[in-house]
Design a protein around this ligand. Structure first.
Ligand code: C5P
Ligand code: MG
Length: 237
């Protein structure tokens, strides 16, 4: 679908307006066009369900996955890691696999429709209504695509704030066999992160949904900073 949309949109947008930025993300205008082309209509799924969504943001190695595991254990959420869904898609030999692998090796951001559709499939097939969506949205294009396709906004957004040198140290020591956990790709991922996360954080901060968490400390110390956010939500659901 994204390939079809890309070719349709290239008819509409002139070469003076590039479809993608330097990080490989589509321009917002291009993306709005893609979403307008969506056949199922925005929000067809979320309107039927009482969703409670938390986005979990932070750079590579900021501790998103580790803290998500603790949130799942303590508060019964379903954890969806966007990066993990993409890696599974590559491992399943899907037709987008080669493009996804190249994008991940370069530390760039995958076209939003691909990622959102993978998230949507998981959300639809899961009986739970409480979701932690980890590593998403990476940029404004991701954010808008989610709103348009899923038809929902997050209730809360966690942002794990971690210095770059600490993130590099953690990624290089985690040894998970990932193709992108090497120093060259980490530097590229950090560059993409620095260039694209601010507008997303700003957006949710303005909406009063952002919780900035100091990501330095032991796993348990950090979780004690996270816990109150979810404890407060228990009563609100
Ligand atoms: O979050 P994680 O570090 O697992 O992501 C690994 C890679 O997956 C990213 O560097 C990026 O290439 C890709 N990704 C993406 N869009 C997302 C999440 C991950 O393109 N929303
Ligand atoms: Mg992760």
């Amino acid at each position: 679908m994204w390939r079809r949309a890309a070719s349709l949109s290239s008819l509409i947008f002139s070469s003076s307006q590039p479809l993608r930025d330097q990080q490989g993300a589509y321009s917002l205008k291009a993306w709005k066009f893609f979403c307008a082309d969506s056949s199922k209509g925005a929000g067809y799924f979320s309107k039927e369900k009482n969703l409670f969504i938390t986005f979990v943001l932070g750079g590579p190695g900021s501790g998103k996955g580790t803290q998500c595991a603790k949130i799942v254990e303590n508060f019964g959420y379903t954890h969806l890691s966007a990066g993990e869904l993409l890696r599974r898609e590559i491992a399943s030999n899907s037709e987008d696999g080669a493009m996804l692998l190249d994008t991940i090796k370069e530390g760039k951001i995958v076209p939003s429709e691909v990622t959102v559709k993978l998230i949507q499939k998981e959300m639809e097939s899961c009986g739970n209504c409480k979701f932690l969506i980890d590593g998403f949205p990476r940029n404004e294009e991701n954010r808008i695509a989610f709103e348009q396709i899923i038809g929902a906004e997050p209730n809360n957004v966690l942002f794990f704030d971690c210095p770059e040198e600490e993130m590099i140290k953690r990624v290089l020591s985690r040894n998970e066999g990932r193709v992108d956990d090497n120093i060259d790709t980490i530097r590229k991922r950090l560059k993409v992160f620095a260039a694209s996360h601010h507008p997303v954080i700003e957006h949710y901060s303005k909406k009063g949904k952002l919780y900035k968490i100091d990501a330095i400390g032991t796993e348990d110390e950090i979780f004690e900073r996270v816990r109150p956010v979810f404890a407060a939500c228990e009563g609100a659901q």
